[in-house]
Design a protein around this ligand. Structure first.
Ligand code: SAH
Length: 225
């Protein structure tokens, strides 16, 4: 697949933020991270993650680590983004997806790069403003909302997929109500130190719940700022 995003000449080929750095990250996600879905790997290969973090940290953009994005929040680790995206696409062919916790915008941008229609909700206005600018600069078309996303975005539901990128003690019922039949929801659920990444699917046989392993996310917080 040809990269969709063309970097400005002065930033292309600049060591730590180059296409090569991204290629190496993707090779590691495949060989060490066990990520198999080529659609996901190719989206991560084409999307410049360094544009989703502060310039001062850009040289670390292709390390497999979460990084601070301000307001006490973090951009998720590439492996977590890849794994969650893969898990979301594994069953069915989702078209419309809701993300709770826009943050840097990277996870949402990965989903949009995969051709999904993305709705994303963020409670911190400042982060959302910066994420919106990134989407615009990359020519990505996501629908964004400044709100407490714990109750989803009912006006636009049902969604084929829902991805929650902050951890709550439980999942709100109204979020499950916004999941379409056949749809998949992925969310970290648990305490503040560590959580279980849960996948819930609405199948013909009823609700199927799986534990995809332990993860660490920033907390899902109520109210907006
Ligand atoms: N998907 C993001 C991850 C950011 S961290 C990325 O790729 O960068 C999680 C984000 O969830 C934070 O920005 C945090 O402010 C946001 N968040 C926490 N609670 C929320 C809530 N109730 N509604 C919406 N966003 C929330």
């Amino acid at each position: 697949m040809t990269p969709r995003f063309h970097l400005k000449p002065e930033s292309a080929g600049q060591g730590m933020t180059s296409q090569r750095a991204r290629d190496r990250m993707v090779d590691r996600l495949r060989s060490e991270g066990g990520i198999r879905d080529e659609r996901v790997l190719s989206a991560l290969r084409s999307l410049p993650r360094h544009l989703f973090i502060d310039e001062a940290l850009a040289s670390r953009a292709y390390e497999d680590t979460a990084l601070p994005i301000g307001n006490g929040q973090t951009i998720s680790q590439p492996w977590v983004v890849a794994r969650m995206t893969e898990a979301l696409l594994e069953h069915g062919a989702p078209k419309k997806v809701l993300e709770i916790g826009t943050g840097s915008g990277y996870q949402g941008a990965v989903l949009a790069t995969l051709g999904l229609e993305v709705y994303t909700v963020e409670r911190i206005e400042e982060l959302l403003r910066i994420a919106r600018r990134r989407f615009r600069n990359l020519g990505l078309n996501l629908r964004t909302k400044h709100d407490d996303g714990r109750l989803g975005w009912p006006e636009h539901g049902p969604f084929d997929a829902i991805i929650v990128t902050a951890a709550g003690a439980h999942l709100d019922r109204s979020l499950m109500d916004q999941l379409a039949d056949g749809g998949t929801l992925i969310a970290p659920v648990g305490g503040s130190a560590t959580q279980k990444l849960l996948r819930k699917r609405k199948t013909d046989q009823g609700l199927v719940e799986e534990d995809l392993g332990n993860v660490v996310f920033v907390p899902l917080v109520s109210g907006i700022i």
